[in-house]
Design a protein around this ligand. Sequence first.
Ligand SMILES: [Zn+2]
Length: 298
Amino acid sequence: MTHPTIDDVVRAAHELWPLGLQEPWDASGLICGRGSRPVPAILFAVDAVAATAEEAVERGAGLLLTHHPLLLRGAKFLPDSSDKGAVIHKLIENRVGLLAAHTNADSAVGGVSDALIRACGVEDAEPLVDAGEPTGIGRVGELPEPLPLEELARRLSDVLLPTAGGLRVAGPRDGVVRRVAVCGGAGDSLFDAVRESRADVYVTADLRHHPASEARERALLQGGRPYLIDCSHFASEQLWLEAAAAELRGVLAARGFEVETMLSRLNTDPWDFVVRPEAHPGSASTDALAAEYPGQRG
Ligand SMILES: [Zn+2]
């Protein structure tokens, strides 16, 4: 068996995660790399940053495949003294290509949101946007058994890579959830679709105060659901890398190519630690503080 070239990998990747599925503002695809260069190994990571570029070089990857595009907002200059330019120089000078599969991989079957909803315990899911279609952004489906909200959050916390911020949950700990909606990465633009889907809980990342607060206020008018689980953006998407690597290896193997796939060992969540209030002297827990200033929504 021979190694695929960068072009061979790109063709296989776009069969799994067709570029036609990406959002109009997105910039997925081959960012740099010589198409004819053979690729013995591919490193999968969420982010193309200095550390993952370095990792790709050190581990002998011929291609770094990331979820996030490096140049999403466009670039006019890429000197090595700039953050993005340093990544591009590191990769090109070491003959490593860079391929991004972003919203095309969010929408595709077996993509980022499929990995996230499976981690919640839902096997059969449909897109949250474009319900009934095979592909689309987000996913919604039913747990085999109803679960308390806190248990679902703990289940997720057990499978997500640990990050400083952990998970934040809005809703009662014992609130029963069965129908789960998810969107890997920042999902605060999908609240209308979440409400329409009649999900009991919405799992996503990067929820800011106003979208989250308004979603909870509206939910309270209808019995309190959907509850919210806010995870690390990085961790919610990192889940997909293993499945993506296996799928891509499979498509390439079917074409007679042999390639090693590796997952990044780095945590590229930008947050390093959190500081929590020490509620009362001698207590490491915030429960006492929570009792003093109870949530409005029990
Ligand atoms: Zn993302």
